[in-house]
Each structure stands twice: as structure tokens, then as C-alpha cells.
Design a protein. Structure first.
Length: 255
């Protein structure tokens, strides 16, 4: 398996941090690691860029990290903070001169096609709409030298996808996992996992739950993402068990 680089474009929950109108200590912090755009990562292998989720903040993220090419997009699910940046893909279509393949579960891709009918009904014929090729994921596949395994997880009552890519996995918006999904994530080099707040949440792991899952799966390194404004980056990092840390926007990991 080849080496991949993971760039955290965003590490925040659905509101982002700071939260609009909030004057809490974290939202008013000067620490750049407490500034969190909506959760998304860029996976690079063999000089190809795979974007996971088109977050609400995609334009800002692309400009911040000088991203000028997207070779594929993986969608985890069709909630607003994970898909509402989809229109920004048209800029990459124009730069690249062609369509961008998008991957997700049948349920997710059908929901996105319904919510963004102007994108998919145009068939990419207009340069003012994204030109996307829809691919339904139904098993393990190879893309740009990366072995991609969809991982079924619980997001409240919904079933959505996380992704294992070679020896790293991105599992966000997770409140639980079936046994076979847990088995597929054991003893990895890198596990990126949802931990939205301290307390358990109906649709997300709380911090203690996430730590328990990590200690069961035993990755070499674990990074927590989809973080709300209750977490002070430096303070929480000091208190986490060895091998576990908080993500921050702009964080890079080579696996």
C-alpha cells in the first residue's frame, strides 16, 4: 500500500467554531487551533487529491490551503455541513476541464441528487453548475493507488459511511458501529474519529465514548475531529491518553 497524506481542511462540528453570537472562552480564543471550520479532509496519494465531503466552508478551505485540483469526492452522508459546499466544485471543473467523480452510498447520492437537482439535472452542460459523475459504492475498490473500504457506521438512527483508506480511516458523525465495522478498523496506523463534545450525543460520540472505542481498536495514532466549542485545544490535548489528540484545521499527517 502506498503512502497517503491527510490534510484536515476542517475539524469543527456543524456550527463551526467560533459559533455565531457566542462569547464563550473558546469562541473568543486567540489560539488558531480553536478556530474550526466544518469537518472535511483532503487525502492525497500518487499526486491525486480525494476530498471527503464538500463542507459548507469548502471555498474558504480551498483558498486557505491553496487547493487547485480535486480528482474525486467521497461523501459520508447528506447532512448540510457535509454537502452544502458542493457548488464550489464547479471552480475545479473549470480549472481541470472535465468532470469530477463522486462516491457515496446509494442513499446518500440519491439524497444529494434530490437536494441539488440543478447540479445533476443539467448533466454538467453548463459551466455555472458542477459537472459530477455519480458512483454508488457497494464494496471495496481501488482508486489512485489507494485501497478504499466503505465502513458502515451509526449516525443516530441513520446508517452512513466512514472510509478506510489503506491503513488509515476517517470515521466522522458516528454514534456507534456494528461489530463487523469495528473489526475492520482494528490495529490501524491512523484512526480519525468523531468526538463532538464531552457528553454523549444522540448522533455523535462523546469524548469518553470515543476514547473507549479507540482503546478497543488500538490504532497506532488516533485523532479526534468534528469538534464543538466546548473543547479548548491545548487543555484537552494535555489531558488525553497517549496516542490520542485533537485535530485542528491545517493539520497534516502522512501515513
Amino acid at each position: 500500500m502506498g503512502v497517503i497524506k491527510i490534510l484536515f481542511l476542517g475539524s469543527g462540528t456543524s456550527t463551526g467554531v467560533p459559533v455565531i453570537g457566542c462569547r464563550c472562552r473558546i469562541c473568543c480564543s486567540n489560539n488558531p487551533k480553536n478556530k474550526r471550520t466544518r469537518a472535511s479532509i483532503l487525502v492525497t496519494g500518487e499526486k491525486k487529491n480525494i476530498l471527503i465531503d464538500t463542507s459548507t466552508d469548502l471555498r474558504f478551505q480551498a483558498l486557505t490551503y491553496d487547493i487547485n485540483r480535486i480528482d474525486a469526492v467521497f461523501f459520508t452522508h447528506a447532512h448540510a455541513d457535509h454537502i452544502h459546499g458542493i457548488d464550489e466544485l464547479r471552480s475545479f471543473n473549470l480549472l481541470q476541464g472535465g468532470p469530477i467523480p463522486c462516491y457515496g452510498s446509494r442513499e446518500t447520492m440519491e439524497a444529494i441528487s434530490s437536494k441539488f437537482g440543478y447540479v445533476f439535472n443539467s448533466g454538467g452542460k453548463n459551466d455555472w453548475t458542477p459537472n459530477l459523475l455519480v458512483n454508488m459504492i457497494d464494496g471495496v475498490f481501488d482508486l489512485y493507488g489507494i485501497r478504499v473500504m466503505p465502513v458502515t457506521i451509526f449516525h443516530g438512527e441513520s446508517m452512513i459511511l466512514g472510509y478506510r483508506m489503506n491503513n488509515a480511516a476517517y470515521i466522522t458523525d458516528c454514534s456507534g458501529m456494528p461489530d463487523d465495522s469495528m473489526d475492520s478498523l482494528k490495529d490501524m496506523a491512523l484512526l480519525i474519529l468523531d468526538a463532538t463534545r464531552y457528553q454523549p450525543h444522540a448522533k455523535h460520540y462523546g469524548l469518553t465514548q470515543a476514547i473507549d472505542v479507540i482503546q478497543e481498536l488500538k490504532p497506532e495514532r488516533a485523532v479526534l475531529t468534528h469538534l464543538s466549542h466546548v473543547f479548548d485545544h491545548d487543555q484537552v490535548n494535555r489531558d488525553l491518553p497517549p496516542g490520542i489528540e485533537l485535530a485542528y484545521d491545517g493539520m497534516e499527517i502522512i501515513v
